[in-house]
Design a protein around this ligand. Sequence first.
Ligand SMILES: [Zn+2]
Length: 308
Amino acid sequence: MPDYPQSLIAFQRRFADDRACAEYLMEVRWPEGFRCPACGHDRGWALAAKAWTYECARCARQTSLRAGTVMHGSKLALHIWFWAAYLMATHSNGISALQLQRQLGLGSYKSAWLLCAKLRSAMVDPERNPLTGLIEIDETAINHRTRSDPPAGGSGRSHQGKLLIAGAVEVVGPGPRRIRLAHVRDYSADSLHGFIATAAAPGAVAKTDGWSAYAGAPGVTHDRHVIGVMAAHVVLPWVHRVFSNLKTWALGVYHGLRPKHLQSYLDEFVFRFNRRRTRHAAFKSLLGIATRAKPITYKMLISPDATG
Ligand SMILES: [Zn+2]
């Protein structure tokens, strides 16, 4: 497995230009050398006229090094993608499009935003496993921001003008392991059961504050704690800490979240939390090169956004 730079200086040395990035991609994608995704042949050559594209010696299929990754179809240089993924994966709080634009010297805010959006879209692994064992589950509301309005008010479970979020924390031993967050329409049994069904594996134990809508969620054992508002952080300490960190992060990095794209920001928070100890894996996941076992499909090759 190719090495992974641990510092900015090391990263700059390792990925100094597009060639170095391409070599790294080659190594991750085809560790035993080029292999044609169409016919499996192991001989091909790099095309002089098309950057980082290989032509199969047997079937003449052309395969871009970026095909099947989040970088496919983008005009941005490889090293820009590498830098963006590195900054997003290693900054403990992430990075906004505006910060990225400035740090990488990108020409427009729009291309920085698109770059962030594409990387963010790679943050949910479609094959991720649901949470297991003991899971703290709770819901929260955060004030949403519009361009001109001040944050909206309201409190408790009356939630006009708020963004509603359900959260789950897998608790292993003394601490949290993985989390899930979802934008929910309301706090009804329908919405919350839907969240639990996606987040928790069958047989998990759902620990909640006793809100009636959680009762009867299929597939999980319900560990219900009826408590006053003041005591919720005692019974469900981890999910409360996650909510609190989420709110601080949303204000600090994004100056508040807006309803549009809320789920993708929650996905980013979850991605970073769940990979807090494996930043190198996060970097690869973001570029879409984490799982090279998957074959590259025709759809991926013809559609620029198929994997984005
Ligand atoms: Zn071939």
